[in-house]
Design a protein around this ligand. Structure first.
Ligand code: UDP
Length: 246
């Protein structure tokens, strides 16, 4: 198979581990995520995966309930560690070797993030699961994903979400919403109100020319198709013209 991208940063939001639960981790959902990842792993794509934590804890929500924001953010980072371990378990159950690296030191459960080591793991055919985001508060795992994607020299940041791309308006509220096939970073950043990805993370990708692909993980063979360069989701780059799907 011809793959368009050799090394990818895959950002998996915590919600993908929810299954039917309102909160927490459903091991079956983790297995479904793992199965999708395996489909590109077997095509020899190098994968660095940044795990979110929103299914367990988000700093902003903690702050609303009276916890100091920085403390709440550290709690959110710890949530990503739990998710990362759940996904490691699921991936290894289906024969995909992994390593978990954490931006917060936690030697008993994960390696510490070391850039060159992460690259080596990928070269040796291991999926590197990056947890604890950036290791600092006041940002989200989207920023962790763009930073790690850049330093690990990934060809693309693939953001797996619940919606199948970026729309001109909220598709759940407006039936006439149209999906973008391609979008310039400039236009994506202007559409601030449309919650696709943190603007700070998008701006970093724009400045450093790392394209972003927004797609729905559980829809058909989306991940494999996206890797082949087929039209799934929305591709955001400095090198395209903004256009809608037909
Ligand atoms: N977080 C943080 N710094 C980081 C990454 C994450 O403080 O570099 C915290 C933040 O509180 C965030 C939570 O961890 O809300 C969980 O991550 P996120 O909300 O990005 O998870 P996702 O929406 O991807 O599931």
């Amino acid at each position: 198979m011809q793959t368009r991208f050799k090394r990818v940063l895959l950002k998996v939001g915590g919600e993908s581990l929810l299954g039917e639960r309102p909160y927490g981790i459903d091991p079956q959902a983790a297995l479904r995520v793992a199965e999708q990842i395996k489909k590109i792993y077997v095509e020899n794509v190098e994968i660095a995966l940044v795990m979110g934590g929103g299914n367990i804890f988000r700093g902003v929500a903690g702050e609303k309930n009276g916890i100091d924001r920085a403390t709440a953010d550290y709690m959110g980072m710890l949530a990503t560690v739990m998710n990362g371990l759940a996904l490691q378990d699921a991936l290894e159950k289906i024969g995909v070797p992994t390593r978990v690296q954490s931006a917060l030191q936690m030697p008993a459960v994960a390696e510490s993030f070391i850039r060159r080591r992460a690259i080596r793991h990928m070269q040796k055919g291991r999926v590197v699961i990056l947890v604890a985001g950036t290791g600092v508060p006041y940002v989200t795992t989207d920023t962790g994903a763009s930073l790690h994607g850049l330093e690990l020299r990934c060809n693309v940041l693939m953001k797996a979400t619940k919606v199948d791309g970026i729309y001109d308006k909220d598709p759940q509220k407006f039936p006439d919403a149209k999906r973008f096939k391609m979008l310039t970073f400039e236009d994506a950043i202007k559409m601030d109100g449309i919650e696709v990805m943190d603007t700070a993370a998008l701006a970093m990708c724009k400045e450093n020319n790392m394209p972003v692909m927004v797609f729905e993980l559980f829809k058909g063979e989306n991940l494999v198709r996206a890797i082949r360069g087929e039209d799934v989701g929305t591709y955001v780059s400095n090198e395209v013209k903004t256009e809608f799907t037909e």
